[in-house]
Design a protein around this ligand. Structure first.
Ligand SMILES: Cc1ncc(COP(=O)(O)O)c(C=O)c1O
Length: 415
């Protein structure tokens, strides 16, 4: 069989809807300045789908820092991988400031979160070691685990009893292989908004010998008193051995980092293939991240605004009878029941007639029969935006229950 023939015949679980969905449900184009109101297909829409949590994307100081750094350095500098010729004082300064902010000894910058954490997992464990990870972990963790040549055990999402069972199996196995144990979870789970039970996991350290890695992509900047993340929120930052976050959410940029003990970071500097064999972060991203971190630290009103909007949105939706699942973070899933076709029709109505743009999550990402609309509140939304959205959600939910969105199959959106 010809490889191209094969892949074109089977576009995969998401790609199979490409013909009907491309340009509208998938690969939509949001245009204009990043803000709660953006243009989609020529019309202004109230947008709840950008992880610009504390509103830094379009902050004038951030825009200026990005522009000045781009003018001064361009995108080339520094050229090469950090280890070879791509290091700079400013890369090291950002690492130092992130370490202080996360209360860890040292930090390594990563070009992207996805490749970074995957590669860190790959570097940290060898075939004798055992990985124990949460069943609802992000794809970057799953793919990191896939690279692992040794044993892995998955535990039921946030279920400490089940984690303990897996730890006990892993401990037995580790004595046989002579290896060690790495536990991996998310701080805030990006789909459900649920917080990982970091306190529960850290408690288990009293009984089992393992190291804990936390992907806090959605917790950094949003959780904890200072915004240091979910570890700070649950008062267990010290118990997190390897803290990971990305610049792609609260920092509204690109790049990521891992903070940990100095010798662990030194080990990663010399063993992480995604950093050794790839160009380092360009200077505008580094300078931009230094500015963003400064604002995160010195403007607590940004996070306070975020939480004002989160609380208004989540309590308003709950009062209107919506099921928001297990969220304990800004991530706001609205869980409804219906088919994929109903989900598409409902989203079309929401976008075209109510001018509200949020992400829609359908089967196979959520179970069959579940429609999940996912809203990401930010510090730059207003209470008026919240009220408008809750009213629209009440109306679409009534229509959904009345069967108004029913269709035999997904029909193409004329884009
Ligand atoms: C939980 C989680 N981890 C990692 C990543 C990857 O980060 P990046 O976008 O920097 O690759 C994301 C999303 O982008 C995420 O949601």
């Amino acid at each position: 069989m010809d490889l191209f023939e094969k892949i074109v015949k089977n576009m995969g679980p998401l790609g199979m809807h490409a013909k009907e969905a491309h340009g509208y449900f998938t690969f939509p184009k949001l245009e204009g300045e990043i803000a709660p109101r953006m243009m989609f297909r020529g019309k202004e829409r109230l947008t709840w789908s950008l992880n610009n949590y504390i509103g830094l994307a379009n902050h004038p100081e951030v825009r200026k820092a990005d522009a000045d750094a781009s003018a001064q350095y361009g995108l080339a500098y520094p050229m090469g991988a950090r280890m070879m010729s791509g290091n700079s004082d400013l890369h090291e300064q950002l690492e130092k400031e992130l370490s202080e902010f996360e209360h860890k000894e040292d930090t390594i910058l990563l070009n992207f979160g996805y490749q970074g954490i995957l590669s860190a997992i790959d570097a940290l464990v060898d075939r004798r070691d055992i990985i124990v990870y949460d069943a609802e972990s992000h794809a970057c963790i799953i793919d990191g685990v896939r690279l692992h040549q040794g044993k892995r055990f998955v535990y039921a999402h946030n279920n400490m009893e089940n984690l303990e069972k897996q730890l006990s199996r892993a401990t037995k196995m580790a004595t046989e292989t002579g290896g060690a144990i790495l536990v991996i979870t998310e701080g805030v789970f990006g789909m459900s908004g649920n917080q990982g039970d970091l306190k529960g996991i850290v408690d288990l350290k009293k009984k089992y010998n393992f190291r804990l890695m936390v992907d806090d992509a959605h917790g950094f900047g949003t959780m904890g008193k200072t915004g240091a993340g979910t570890g700070e929120e649950q008062d267990v930052q010290e118990g997190i051995d390897i803290y990971f976050s990305t610049f792609a959410k609260s920092m509204a940029s690109i790049g990521a980092f891992i903070s940990s003990d100095k010798n662990v970071i030194d080990y990663l500097r010399y063993n992480m293939r995604s950093q050794i064999f790839a160009k380092s972060l360009p200077m505008p991203l580094v300078v931009g991240a230094i500015k963003r971190l400064e604002l995160l630290k010195t403007r607590p009103e940004l996070k306070a605004n975020l939480w004002k909007i989160v609380n208004a949105l989540q309590s308003g939706l709950r009062e209107a009878g919506f099921n928001l699942g297990t969220t304990r973070s800004p991530v706001t899933p609205v869980i409804l029941s219906g088919t994929v076709a109903e989900a598409a029709n409902l989203t079309f109505d929401l976008r075209e007639n109510y001018h509200i743009f949020c992400s829609i999550v359908m089967y196979p990402v959520v179970p069959k029969g579940v429609i999940m609309l996912r809203l990401i509140p930010t510090a730059v939304h207003t209470l008026k935006d919240v009220a408008e959205t809750i009213q629209a959600f009440k109306e679409i939910s009534t229509k959904l229950k009345a069967g108004e969105y029913y269709a035999e199959k997904l029909t193409a959106v004329n884009v």
